[in-house]
Ligand binder design. Structure first.
Ligand code: GDP
Ligand code: MG
Length: 343
């Protein structure tokens, strides 16, 4: 890995914080008595409506649904603040039976999300009867310690005459999963999980869903400023600022398909440290990006850093790497480097 000396000084703290801190430096409001806050993992097969629900809940478009967004390292956090609670929602890549290695890593990342949260929201397409894909996820959630809520989404598509039958298919799935479980299985009784119908499109059932999730969060203060809706746009913005410099300074020598991945943002109170990787496909492109004795990368970095300092109105430490990543989607070592860790 190339590491041209871009930083003016080394950060005082290693870039080791587990969770990137919110970038907004505004102090959270004083939370009222009984306020609850915590993390909610949104789990479900692709296309059940996870992103739509996130966008509806926070009332703004925060979830990006393109396949490219799925390859970003960080799970999207959407933040929903009500008068009595703050929910930090993690949009995980859809769980599905993995088709290739990237798929497997995405599943693992979703599984690790399950271990970090206070509540799991299992979203299913309630306009269809329960299927094998849902069963697969129910099994995955077996050892999850957090409470699980099942939301039957797309209720707007359900003929009221069929609603009971569809719901019953999900109840059966949970019951079946319990019956198949090893009696010594310390996992949760899945048939105890509450089912709630909702529609991410019309909003029907969503306030009840939020209330049910909030009730399962621990007591605690705001984790993010009350007006924050996501921590992702800032990350995307930073990546775009770097990409902009690449396009401006290298012009047509490097294709516009260069990807920038902001790996980590750490705010240590004095400044913001940003660690990012510019991905290219061929070593000739890498050569252009780095330039003679790292001159080009230095220029890209200092241009981007200047922009970032304007955004944050404060000092930024930027560390940039360039990587040639041919066929990275199928390469385990590359996936790991890009943040799709195996655990
Ligand atoms: P994700 O893959 O789970 O994030 O699913 P998306 O949020 O991308 O939604 C997949 C498709 O289902 C999109 O076409 C949405 O418009 C649609 N969809 C999501 N929620 C609902 C809903 O409650 N009702 C209806 N009718 N369509 C929905
Ligand atoms: Mg989605």
């Amino acid at each position: 890995m190339d590491k041209p000396g871009l930083s003016e000084t080394e950060p005082e703290q290693p870039l080791g914080a587990e969770r990137p801190l919110p970038l907004s430096l505004a102090l959270p409001a004083q939370a009222p008595e009984g306020f609850r806050s915590g993390f909610v993992a949104l789990i479900g097969r692709p296309n059940v409506g996870k992103s739509t629900l996130l966008n509806h809940l926070v009332g703004e478009k925060v979830a990006i649904t393109s396949p490219v967004a799925q390859t970003t390292r960080n799970r999207l956090r959407a933040i929903l603040t009500t008068p009595s609670a703050q929910l930090v929602l993690l949009d995980t890549p859809g769980i599905h039976k993995p088709h290739h290695l990237l798929g497997e890593r995405l599943v693992k990342s979703a599984r690790s999300a399950i271990g970090e949260v206070d509540v799991v929201l299992l979203l299913v397409d309630g306009s269809e009867p329960a299927g094998r894909g849902d069963g697969f996820i129910v099994e995955l959630l077996r050892f999850c310690r957090a409470p699980v809520l099942v939301a039957l989404n797309k209720n707007d598509l359900v003929d009221p005459l069929r609603a009971a039958e569809l719901e019953a298919s999900y109840r059966e799935l949970l019951l079946f999963s319990d019956q198949r479980a090893d009696p010594t299985d310390p996992g949760q009784r899945r048939s105890d999980w509450p089912l709630l119908a909702c529609s991410a499109s019309t909003g029907e059932g969503c306030p009840e869903l939020v209330e049910a999730l909030a009730a399962r969060l621990p007591l605690g203060p705001h984790l993010y400023p009350p007006d924050a809706v996501s921590d992702q746009p800032e990350q995307l913005l930073l990546a775009e600022l770097i990409r902009e410099q690449v396009l401006t300074l290298t012009r047509e020598e490097v294709p516009h398909s260069v990807a920038v991945q902001v790996e980590r943002i750490v705010e240590d109170g004095k400044r913001i440290a940003v660690l990012a990787t510019v991905l290219v496909e061929r070593s000739s492109q890498k050569g252009i990006l780095i330039g003679k004795r790292g001159q080009m990368l230095k220029e890209i970095g200092s241009g981007a850093r200047a922009q970032m300092q304007k955004v944050f109105d404060g000092p930024v430490y930027l560390e940039l790497f360039v990587k040639v990543v041919p066929n990275w989607r199928r390469n385990p070592a590359r996936l790991a480097e890009l943040g799709y860790r195996g655990e």
